[in-house]
Every structure is written in C-alpha cells, then in structure tokens.
Design a protein around this ligand. Sequence first.
Ligand code: ZN
Length: 329
Amino acid sequence: MTYSKEIFNTAFQIMDSRRREAEATAQRHTNEIYDKIPEIEKISRKLTACSLGAARAVLKGSNAKEELEHLAGISSDLQKRQAQLLLEAGYPADYMEPVYTCAHCNDTAYIEREGKTLYCDCFMKLLIECSCDEINKLSPLRLSTFDTFSLDYYPYDTNTEGVSPYTRMSRIFDYCKNYAKNFTGEGRSLFMQGATGLGKTHLSLAIANEVLNKGYYAVYVSAPTILSRLENSHFEYNSNEEEHLMQTLSDCDLLIIDDLGTEFQTPYSKTAIYNIFNNRILKRKPVIINTNLSIREIQDTYSQRFVSRIIGECDRLEFLGKDIRAQKA
Ligand SMILES: [Zn+2]
C-alpha cells in the first residue's frame, strides 16, 4: 500500500476529529447527568478512587490479587447502581460513554493483534476514501441521479438499422439502474459507446451516486486529465505520485473512465490505460468506460490486447439518439 503523506495526514485528522467529537459529546452528557442526578457524580468519584486503588495495589505487588478482587467487586456494584439510576431517569445506561465511529479502535486508528500494533481496518478504508476524494477533485464529480434522466429526448422512430433509440435507451436505463442496485464491488465492467450528448456521463455518474450512497468508493476520471497527470508524474520522476494514483485507480470499488479516446495518444498513455484496466479486471473490480469511438476506431487506436480485454470483460451498451444538449439548447 502506498499512500502519500498528505493522504495519511488527512486521514489522521479525520480520525482525530471523530475521537474528539465522541469524547466531547460524552463529556456534555456527563455534565448534564451530574446536574440532574448528583448521586451519579459521587459514584463517578468512587469509581475513580477504585481505579487508582487498583493501580496502587498492582504497583505494591503484595496481596495484589485479593485487593484487586475486592476493588473489582465494589466497582461492579457502583456501575450497576449508576446504570440503574440512569435507566430510572429515562437515559440509556451508557449515556455518559463516548460513542466512537469504530468500536474496534475507539477512533485511534490502531489496534493490537497478536502482540503487534496495526492500523485498524477503519483507517485503511479511510485512506482509500481520502485517495478517492483526492482524485475526484481532478475532474469534479458532479453527481447525477437516475431521477433526472429523461427518456423524452430519445426518438421512438426506428433508425436505418430498424432500432428505435427510445426502446434501446429504455433498456440501457433499466440496465444501469439494476447495475447500481446490485453493485457489490465485484463483477462485470461496462463499456458505454455512442456519440456526444447521449447520456453516457449522466448514467455513469448516476451509477456512481448510488454506489457511493451504498458506502462504496467510486472514482470518476476523464481519460485526458488522468492520463496526462500520470504521464507528467512519470516523466518528472515523481514516482510517488504516479504510484499513488495508480494504486487508488486500482483500489477503488468502482472506476469510471470518461471520454476514452480524447486523450493525447502516446506510448505511455496506451500502456497506462491498459494497465489500469487490466489491474482491475484481475482483481474482479468493475470499470465503466465511456467513449465516442466505435469498436473499429478503438481497434485502430489501441493495442489488440486492450480491445480483446474490453470485448471479453465488459457488457457493451450502445447509446442511440440525438445530442440532448443540442436539443435542450
Ligand atoms: Zn477502527
């Protein structure tokens, strides 16, 4: 796993604010309870005295076991009494305890396992989330929804091949809704083809929106932006950035590559796009590729292995109709 120092810092700051927030809320609740139920404040003081007593007994060493058991007994009785008082006053028994976002690490980012200190899973997830956010900043992920997608712009009349754009697009619309609904972070990739302004970006962003709402990490990039960014880091020998971007593109749950074919074609960009796609396919992680190019043009532009990969691994959705932006204008 390679994450930049900035990503680590951002993730640690988030953990820190979660922890502070949970503790501040607990403190507010405690003050409220001390005001309303003074007996609980006395109990809390006694509980503190018990813990101090236990610590002292351990340090002394002699007869520690007996004394610790005695103190544990007192402490348990006090806690029961406290819970009872809280419940009687209509509060949950744990009202004064901090409620952390992660119960495994109490929002510290660390856990102990088999004598080792490790990063908690919640922190690893947060690193991915922060990396996705960082890449999404490159091509602002203005999310669309299925609700704002209208089939009214697609003609009913059949085209020269005997297909009605309306019928085709209704099927594609349903397909995309089901794809988003059944998304599990694994499975088929999509290849959306068709002229500009037929709703490819809209539908792929609507999928991203649902996927994000389900708690998965979606990254949206436009091919020219991400490939030039990667290529610049590569040739500036900023291998950290290149490695970090590649890692995130390969780790996120859903990757959307928009406008494939509009990037500046270089040997580097062709290899990079193949590697991004291939890394994900090997991990069974889905990609949505959008392009204005026909399969023929894709074959003329990219390597045979990339084209075979796309044909073999993606469900192909061929968008039909007339440019919606032009119709609206
Ligand atoms: Zn955790």
